[in-house]
Structure formats: structure tokens, C-alpha cells
Design a protein around this ligand. Structure first.
Ligand SMILES: *Cc1c(COP(=O)(O)O)cnc(C)c1O
Length: 431
């Protein structure tokens, strides 16, 4: 049993346990979708009771947000938020160097330039000191991301924003239900953006997004923006008059009905996940050279992604490159049936769109601000270090009944650590 699966031993996680369904589709979800299909209103382009407006009020009530506007995707929510706040050509928007690509693309969609700030080595979220260093007279907004479900340092980010007169748009795509000093993320800045994409903690059966705000006027602007600039008055027919720039970023009734049904079960799922993951992380926290994710004091982390950092020196491999140890651990853990993988292969500023400045026409929006081209592959040392020395677990642990599976994953980690000599040999041979 102790022989590593990669070397011909038996894998810790049996094959039949490896597949985990997400989203979890229950009878009530099917019924909600079929009811929406039979309903009169398949899209949200009319006022009154429909599954889309029902989801908006349910989401606002559940988490305690003032206004909620449903849109087509999380990316659309970010873009519409920037547009509604008046961020546009000539502006810079500070975003973290470690995030999903959409956080960096949304400013470009509004012809604003994304400026990447480094992240914190423990929470993987925006480093407020680096944010402050990157503020210029062009800076209009900051987009803190609550990456992997961990709230960003909102006390300091909101303080910086207040002092410099900047808007704050929270990218809460990975963090519905996470809290900061008892308040739900998404509701701390000017606007919060959520994604309902099928892999997220509160999913739909496809694509969807939500935007929340405490500002009624901003909510109305976003509502117009999601539908061709039109205003749809309560109880009135659509008049097809456009009052400003708009897009078509509407959500449809089927996606909304599915998420409403999921949201009704969210608290139960969340409770189970917290217990499953705490038990799992407690075991992994005992292994030398393995740094487990943690929730900062005063926050709840909703563990969308579990990121583990590996420290060669603490593992007993002085002088070994972190990438080499990571590659060995990846191979050995995957052979045991632990689907560990990288999340983000490079910092956002290294993505081709930002290196080559593939925007609109001749290098817009960068040519508008005259932003200098930073040297490719440099800067943001913490984001680079995190990407080099860590691996992640995604999706399977979201299932509320994944507790036993996570215990098997822990068995697999312990087995690999018990074979530390072999890890050392394989790592030395590979580097
Ligand atoms: C998923 C995600 C988005 C984009 O959401 P979509 O609904 O896929 O458009 C934005 N930011 C982060 C951090 C995400 O994880």
C-alpha cells in the first residue's frame, strides 16, 4: 500500500470515487427549470414578476444587498460596473496580477488601461501597499478580487480609495457568501460583481452574472446598460427608446430559475463544505513544506479553490527550485488520484493580450494614456512566486458530500510525504 502509485503501487483514491458532479442537480432544480420553460417570460426584457427579477430579489435578500441586477456573465457584470461608474478612455484601473483573465479584460472593454498590482503571499489578494504605489492621476478605480473565496484586505483598500477618490468594484466571482467583518463581500465597495458560471460556488446551468450595489442610481444605470440603454418602467410596456449607451447583457429565465433553486440550498452546502474542508486542511497542515490556505482574522473564506504552496527548504530539499518540487508532487499526487493542477499559468500582465496590447485598433486603449510598456516577464514578484510554487484543488470539494473524498486526498498527501526520499530523488533527477 505504501508504494507510490506513480511507481506501480495502488492508488489511494479508487477510480470509481474520482468523478464528482458539479453543479449538483437535484429534482427541485429540474422542476425550477421546467417551470421557467413553461412560464410566459423567458427573458428579462419586460418588467414584472419573472424568474430573473425573482433571482435578483432573492439574492439581495439572502446576502443583505440593497440592489441586485442580473446579467449574462460575471465578465459583463464587471464591464457594466465600470461603465456605470463612468470609467472609460484615459482612465487606469488597478487590478491584481493574480486573477482570472476577465478581471484584466473588463477595463479594456471600457477602453481603460488595466494596471497590475502584486498580491499578498498568504491570501493571494491585492497587496494594498503595491496598489498605493501604482496610483497615478489617471487612476479611476480599483478592482479587488476575492480570489479563491478569500476576502481581500477591504479595510485598507477602501481607505486608499477614499483618500484618492477612486471607485471600488469588488470582483466577487469566486466568493459569494464570504464575509469581511461580518459583512458579505460584494457589498463593501461601490459595486460587487458575481459570476454564476457553472463551476462557481453558486452556479447556474451555464453562464450568468449578478451585480450588487447600495446605490439606487448606479443600479438603474446598470439596468439600462444591460438592455440597449432602455428604461423599463414598472407595469408599463417596453417602449424601445434608448436613453444611452447600452449592450445586450440580459440573463435568461432558465439560468435564473436554476440559480434560485441552488441558492435555496446554499447555506446547507456551505455549512457542510466548511466542516469538510476544515478537517482536510487540519491534516494537511501537519505536513512539512506544505502551506495550506487560511482565512484571515475577521473573515470567512468560502474555499472556491484550495491553493497549496510548497516550500522546498522546509520539505528538506534545500536549494531545489520550487517548480521542480511542484512538478514531482503534481505527478505523484495525480497518480494517487488527487486531481491537483495549476490555476493560472502566468501572472495576468504576462498574458499575450496585455504584452502585445491587442486592444481596439492601433493599440487602444494603451495609446490613449501613453502607458509605457513594462518589461515582459518581470515585476509582481509575489504573484510569480505563488504561481511557481503552488498547486490547486478545484470544484470537487464544492460538493457538500465530498468529506470522505477529501479524507482520501489527505491519505494520498500523507503517503507521498511518507515517501519523501523518493520525492527528493525524483526531483533531483528532473532538475
Ligand atoms: C469566473 C470569474 C470571472 C468571470 O465570470 P464569468 O461569469 O465566467 O464571465 C471574473 N473574475 C473571476 C475572479 C472569476 O473567477
Amino acid at each position: 500500500m505504501n508504494k507510490l502509485a506513480a511507481l506501480g503501487g495502488t492508488a489511494v483514491v479508487p477510480r470509481h470515487l474520482r468523478h464528482v458532479q458539479w453543479p449538483l442537480v437535484e429534482e427541485e432544480d429540474r422542476k425550477a427549470v421546467l417551470d421557467a420553460l413553461d412560464g410566459a417570460r423567458l427573458v428579462s426584457n419586460s418588467d414584472g414578476a419573472n424568474p430573473v427579477s425573482a433571482l435578483e430579489s432573492q439574492w439581495a435578500r439572502h446576502f443583505g444587498f440593497d440592489h441586485c441586477v442580473a446579467v449574462s456573465t460575471g465578465t459583463a457584470a464587471l464591464s457594466l460596473a465600470l461603465a456605470a461608474l463612468g470609467v472609460g478612455p484615459g482612465d487606469e484601473v488597478i487590478v491584481p496580477a493574480l486573477s482570472f483573465i476577465a478581471t484584466g479584460l473588463a477595463p479594456v472593454h471600457q477602453m481603460a488601461v488595466p494596471v497590475f498590482a502584486d498580491v499578498d503571499p498568504v491570501t493571494f489578494n491585492l497587496d494594498p501597499d503595491d496598489v498605493e504605489r501604482r496610483i497615478t492621476e489617471r487612476t479611476a478605480a480599483i478592482i479587488p478580487v476575492h480570489l479563491h473565496g478569500a476576502p481581500a484586505d477591504m479595510d485598507r483598500i477602501l481607505d486608499i480609495a477614499r483618500r484618492h477618490g477612486l471607485a471600488v468594484i469588488e470582483d466577487a466571482a469566486q466568493a459569494p457568501g464570504a464575509t469581511h467583518r461580518g459583512r458579505p463581500v460584494g457589498g463593501l465597495g461601490d459595486v460587487g460583481a458575481f459570476s454564476l458560471q457553472a463551476t462557481k460556488n453558486i452556479p447556474t446551468c451555464g453562464e450568468g452574472g449578478l451585480l450588487v450595489t447600495g446605490n439606487a442610481e448606479l443600479a438603474a444605470t446598470v439596468r439600462r446598460g444591460r438592455q440597449f440603454g432602455e428604461v423599463i418602467e414598472a407595469g408599463q410596456d417596453r417602449d424601445y427608446v434608448s436613453h444611452g449607451l447600452g449592450w445586450n447583457h440580459k440573463m435568461n429565465a432558465i439560468q435564473a430559475a436554476f440559480t434560485s433553486s441552488q441558492l435555496a440550498r446554499f447555506d446547507g452546502y456551505e455549512h457542510a463544505r466548511q466542516q469538510n474542508i476544515a478537517r482536510f486542511l487540519a491534516r494537511l497542515g501537519e505536513l512539512p513544506g506544505l502551506r495550506i490556505p487560511v482565512a484571515r482574522a475577521g473573515t470567512t473564506h468560502v474555499w472556491h479553490i484550495l491553493r497549496f504552496r510548497f516550500d522546498p527548504a522546509a520539505f528538506g530539499l534545500d536549494g531545489v527550485r520550487p517548480e521542480a518540487l511542484r512538478a514531482t508532487l503534481r505527478r505523484l499526487l495525480r497518480a494517487e488520484g488527487v486531481p491537483i493542477s495549476q490555476y493560472q499559468l502566468m501572472p495576468l500582465p504576462d498574458q499575450k493580450v496585455f504584452v502585445d496590447r491587442v486592444g481596439f485598433g492601433s493599440g487602444y486603449p494603451w495609446t490613449v494614456t501613453g502607458a509605457t510598456r513594462p518589461p515582459a516577464g518581470e515585476g509582481h514578484p509575489v504573484a510569480r512566486a505563488v504561481i511557481a510554487d503552488s498547486l490547486t484543488l478545484q470544484k470537487r470539494h464544492l460538493h457538500p458530500e465530498s468529506g470522505d473524498l477529501l479524507q482520501r486526498y489527505a491519505d494520498a498527501f500523507e503517503k507521498v510525504w511518507a515517501n519523501a526520499d523518493m520525492v527528493a530523488t525524483l526531483t533531483a533527477g528532473a532538475s
